[in-house]
Design a protein around this ligand. Structure first.
Ligand code: BG6
Length: 521
């Protein structure tokens, strides 16, 4: 379709029109949510400061918040609206993705409110409920509100009870929609996840519950679906007939970044394998959804999660590690057990690697190797699909010795993109074939920068689109994979690895035993 034939919407939302950063003829104008309030519990926390508040500013800056929007903070602080506004401004200015625009903030700042109180304070919740009611009159917000629980899960019951008591979660009573956003961890194991899910579902109706797995908000993760289902090239070979194995890596170069209390009680498997890595696996392995809707996609992911099997020999195929002291970026870094507030005898893992199978016709026999770790040499998340080697090579053996598997690598971060590795002739008179790479880089192919995951996900909550949110059953199916691993690891202390290196040797041996090796991303 040429540019001249594109339909430009006749009316452009006022909020978009008034935004200098937006071209009103942009045919890909995303939808803008209805007038609404976003209530954040736990606004003083790290997540709120580094991700939520900046994302709200970025959305405002992109013209994606409704003209009638209110941000309401709730916390145990002796603050007024102005105090919260200046703290939110500082956080947004420091961490926003888009350029700072004082006018955008000035518009937003008039709609930032704060209700002080602790979670067991009935009066404070009554004030919150009353404030939301009043917004109908003062801001034309017809009862629509999303509640973001950016608080430790132990506080969920109290906050949810308060919402039930004050009928804040009741769509009919509110005269609009009421939604709740739950941050991971979604429980500690299957039993606690079931309790948590029930607790949330008793207060909110299931379609109004949004569980955030921020990896699903990443642009490249969504591109996985585009790559697979918008092209003819990949899907025919996306199965056990052609795929040798799949490696999913989430490596971080940072340590536990001051979160000792949370991390030591959690460990790498519960922190990221149960959610981020298994969601990446589900998207990589799922069948094509019958339509691009939340329900259809969640259904396909769930089928994969339920078909996951562990290798029977966990001793060899479920490895965990803990970083020891070492060097990173030229600096000496502490061992995990020497980090502040970590017990010296802690057995919590900072690294996990497992071999999983998927019991379906498409994937039978294909190993999925998953690994994640802190204090590894670099920050990189990628999904690598390694294809079987050509069954026959008509070239002289010695010239093709170094030929590896064809690989399709989806780089989630950083340097978002896709790389295809295949054999190519080396120039010269010999028929020598070597591996080469063909790269697609988001940064080079598109002028638009990718939105931050939280930007995308908060917008989807306000729009009521749950496509990128895992549902209950997915969370539960994931715990069914992780619980037996945790039970096994409870009696197997983690192997130490040097900070700044690629994890414990047992993880290399795991692949070596299968005649494979981890990619060096
Ligand atoms: C979080 C984990 O979910 O993801 C952290 O709790 C981890 O431990 C973080 O560091 C990584 O997120 P990202 O987007 O930086 O890869």
């Amino acid at each position: 379709m040429s540019e001249s034939t594109i339909d430009v919407p006749e009316t452009v939302p006022a909020v978009v029109e008034s935004n200098p950063l937006r071209d009103p003829r942009d045919r890909r104008l995303p939808r803008v949510p209805e007038p609404c309030a976003l209530v954040v519990f736990g606004v003083t926390g790290d997540l709120s400061r580094k991700k939520l508040l900046p994302a709200i500013y970025d959305l405002a800056n992109r013209g994606l918040l409704p003209a009638d929007f209110v941000l309401l903070g709730f916390a145990r602080r002796d603050w007024g609206d102005g105090d919260f506004e200046s703290i939110a401004k500082k956080a947004a200015k420091e961490h926003a993705r888009t350029e700072w625009n004082e006018d955008v903030w000035a518009r937003l700042s008039g709609d930032i409110m704060f209700v002080p109180g602790s979670f067991d304070d009935d009066e404070a919740f009554d004030t919150l409920a009353k404030t939301l009611d009043e917004l109908c009159l003062s801001h034309g917000i017809k009862g629509n509100a999303a509640f973001y629980l950016s608080i430790p899960p132990v506080l969920f019951p109290t906050v949810l009870q308060q919402m039930e008591r004050t009928r804040m979660a009741d769509n009919a009573a509110a005269g609009g929609w009421r939604r709740v956003v739950v941050e991971k961890p979604f429980g500690h194991d299957l039993a606690s996840a079931l309790t948590l899910n029930k607790l949330v579902d008793d207060v909110f109706t299931a379609p109004d519950v949004f569980r955030i797995d921020h990896y699903l908000g990443k642009e490249t993760v969504q591109n996985l679906m585009a790559l697979r289902f918008a092209n003819q090239l990949f899907e025919p070979v996306w199965n056990a007939n052609f795929v040798d194995s799949v490696q999913i890596t989430m490596a971080e170069d940072v340590g536990i970044a001051g979160r000792a209390t949370f991390y030591d009680a959690t460990g790498a498997a519960r922190d990221v394998l149960q959610n981020h890595l298994l969601q990446l696996l589900a998207l990589t392995a799922m069948e094509e959804p019958v339509e691009f809707t939340a329900e259809a996609i969640q259904t396909e992911k769930l089928k994969v999660l339920r078909a996951i099997t562990l290798h029977p020999d966990l001793e060899k195929y479920a490895i965990r590690g803990q970083y020891d002291q070492g060097w990173q970026a030229g600096e000496r870094v502490l061992a995990y057990t020497a980090e502040q507030d970590v017990p010296a005898n802690s057995n919590t893992e900072t690294y996990a690697a497992v071999r999983l199978g998927i019991d379906t016709r498409r994937w039978a026999g294909v190993p999925f190797y998953l690994r994640t770790g802190k204090r590894l040499p670099r920050r990189v998340t990628e999904i690598a699909v390694l294809f079987k080697k050509a069954p026959h090579l008509p070239f002289s053996h010695t010239d093709t010795e170094e030929l590896g598997n064809n690989q399709l690598v989806i780089r989630v971060q950083p340097d978002e993109g896709v790389t295809l590795k295949f054999g190519s002739k080396v120039p010269g008179s010999l028929m020598e074939v070597r591996d080469v790479s063909m790269d697609f880089l988001y940064g080079e192919a598109f002028t638009e920068a990718s939105p931050e995951a939280y930007e995308r996900l908060i917008l989807d909550v306000l729009l009521g689109d749950s496509t990128l949110f895992p549902r209950n059953a997915e969370v539960e199916a994931s715990w069914r994979v992780v619980d037996p691993l945790e039970a096994f690891w409870a009696t197997h202390p983690p192997e130490k690895y040097r900070a700044g290196e690629w994890g414990p040797t047992a993880a290399d041996e795991m692949l070596g035993r299968d005649g494979r090796a981890w990619r060096r991303p």
